[in-house]
Write a protein of this length. Structure first.
Length: 236
């Protein structure tokens, strides 16, 4: 009896570090969703923020909160954020459950200085969405990406904007502007998705195929997007 008890106790003790590690991962991903919601709300509330008509035409939105300069010194840039797309085959439905995404590489590290920088990417068409849903996409090579225009009255009808698959923006020290992320790569953060949803899922299964429900931690993010852009307006 004592031997069985000792074996059981030993098994529990050995499992505790793994359990604690899983709980810590869960907390990090919940924090990421909350931070993404805060960043998006603040940027959408800026007078010189993302043009409303561009947001209405976007099929997906990617948010990377607080990408820090320190990450650029060791092995290049690295940010962690989320992506959500309008649901439905024609992108006519509500915003989907979010998938966790990573941002890597690129030349923008020298442009933003030492402060933390927030990035928002608008994916403007199905081609861009399909590219991003692949295992790894390089901006400027696998998908066309340009600095997005800013301001509520900014024209969204220029050739550059109309042809771009992805429009990118940055905010640092309160200053908001379009920024080129050419050379950067986007990829699904599979470990984070597993932590949030409890099983291995591809980003496409989450945001395009609707295989999971929206987790409670993501409801604020989607509520902000729904209020700002409740329906998709296709490009003419």
């Amino acid at each position: 009896m004592n031997k069985r008890f000792c074996v059981a106790a030993l098994a529990i003790v050995m499992a505790l570090p793994a359990f604690a590690e899983d709980k810590e991962k869960d907390k990090k991903e919940v924090d990421r969703l909350n931070e993404s919601a805060i960043v998006l709300k603040e940027i959408l509330g800026m007078p010189e923020g993302i043009p409303k008509d561009l947001l209405n035409k976007a099929v997906c939105v990617v948010v990377y909160p607080s990408v820090k300069k320190a990450a650029f010194i060791v092995g290049g840039s690295y940010g962690r954020g989320v992506i959500t797309c309008r649901s439905g085959k024609e992108f006519g439905g509500p915003w989907s459950a979010p998938a966790m995404f990573a941002l890597e590489g690129g030349s923008f590290g020298f442009q933003i200085g030492a402060q933390a920088t927030d990035f928002v990417l608008l994916i403007m068409n199905e081609s861009g969405a399909n590219s991003v849903m692949s295992s790894k996409v390089k901006l400027g090579a696998d998908a066309s990406a340009v600095a997005g225009p800013v301001g509520r009255n900014a024209s969204a009808e220029t050739d550059v904007v109309l042809k771009a698959e992805i429009l990118s923006y940055s905010r640092a020290k309160g200053l908001f502007a379009g920024i080129s992320l050419a050379g950067s790569t986007l990829r699904a953060d599979d470990g984070a998705n597993k932590a949030i949803y409890g099983r291995e899922l591809k980003a496409k299964e989450i945001v395009r195929e609707g295989k999971v429900a929206t987790p409670p931690a993501a409801r604020r993010l989607l509520a902000i997007l729904t209020k700002a852009s409740p329906r998709h307006i296709e490009k003419k």
